[in-house]
Design a protein around this ligand. Sequence first.
Ligand code: PHE
Length: 461
Amino acid sequence: MSSVSATTKTTSVPKGRDMFASKLGVIVATLGSAVGLGNIWKFPYLTGVNGGAAFVILYILCTLVVGLPVMITEHSLGRTARADAIQTFKKLAPNSAWWLVSGAGVISAFLISSFYTEVMGWVFAYIAKAIKGSILSSSPEVTSSAFSSLISDPVQSLVYQWIVLAWIALIIGLGVSKGIERVVKALMPVLFGILLVVCIRSLTLPGAVEGLRFLFKPDFSKVTGATVLTAMGLSFFKLSVGMGTMITYGSYFHKDQDIPATAVRVMLSDVLVSLLCGIAIFPAVFAFGFEPGAGPELLFITIPTVFSVMPFGRVLMPFFFVLAFIAATGAMLSLYEVPVAYLVGSHGWSRKKATWVTLAALVVVGTLPALSGSLTAHIKVMGMNFFDLFDWLTSSILMPVGGLFLCVFAGWRWGSANIKAALTNDGALRNEKVVQAFTGLVKFVTPMLVLVILLAGLKII
Ligand code: PHE
């Protein structure tokens, strides 16, 4: 079947479907899904583990040539079909197996949620610890042992995760996610502000230059295929792409929203927040003598030391973790929505039932990553505990494979004419160069790169 025979005109919005109120609203809502623990927690820790600047550069390159095109693809498909991820494929490619791409996305969203809620649980625990003042110390021993005692305690690990799950289910169950999204949006600039303050304090620490050198002076000698795959995985995780979340967001876009321009703005802001988080953390890592490759605990052990030497640090630290928690809530809501939308859309369940069943399933499956620092620590699959395994499986396998199929679908099945129609708003925008560049990327460059990086990262080639 020729994919370019007729273009699929953007479907008008079905009754009852929401639309974002303004163009800025679209950007901020999309950012609400993108910005989260990926910037504050994952970016710094992966940068530390993978040797610094070279990894940062690879991550930015992957964001430009892989993450961004996949985001534009998802927004285009979603706005054209005006449906959730699975229904989008069913509408655009009826009677085919393409919907399985989003089906895999449901599994990704579920697995990510199971460890994301655990990290949110740590952030929640740190709000309490920061209020008590027990972690306000410039001694690496104190902050490190505070974190280890948290994750090695199975009861705390589970309870904090359950608190987070209850919080998310409550927001969704009460149908107030729109309201919370508004809160997330309103507080995003505040998070940005406090990050800047932390950066300034961190940069004025003795030995801060060492941290900056680590973050910005690349040494490519240690880069392996696995490093590149991790950087690409981070670019998927960061922009919430490769699993259909952004298809759903695109489905709410106005027909005159400039899709590529929106995606570029979201991507730039997101990268900026990640870099700020790096600048907040790495000078402190070197000033206080932490190990940059400390792993997932990096944020939790270094940030308290910066606040401990900052004016009003005692007051600002709880505030920092509250803001991190709110940013993570925005991302988590977009993750939780994926299985719920699937159960409602494809199985005809009520929203309430879908919310509860997802919650119950997350309580059960979430136990595995939650107990990775304690009871299940000795269980290793391919050398990884469950926490690392779920993280690796989603960021390094499922999302890249999802992104690959999304590109192949958009470039080869949906076709150039439909891409052009979506990117130009049916001819209203004069952006031929953008359309040309994107078509080339999505048809050839991006899928080839994803494939090669995947195979090289997994040592298949
Ligand atoms: N982008 C989010 C973050 O960086 C995580 C996320 C991944 C959210 C995938 C939705 C989908 O924290």
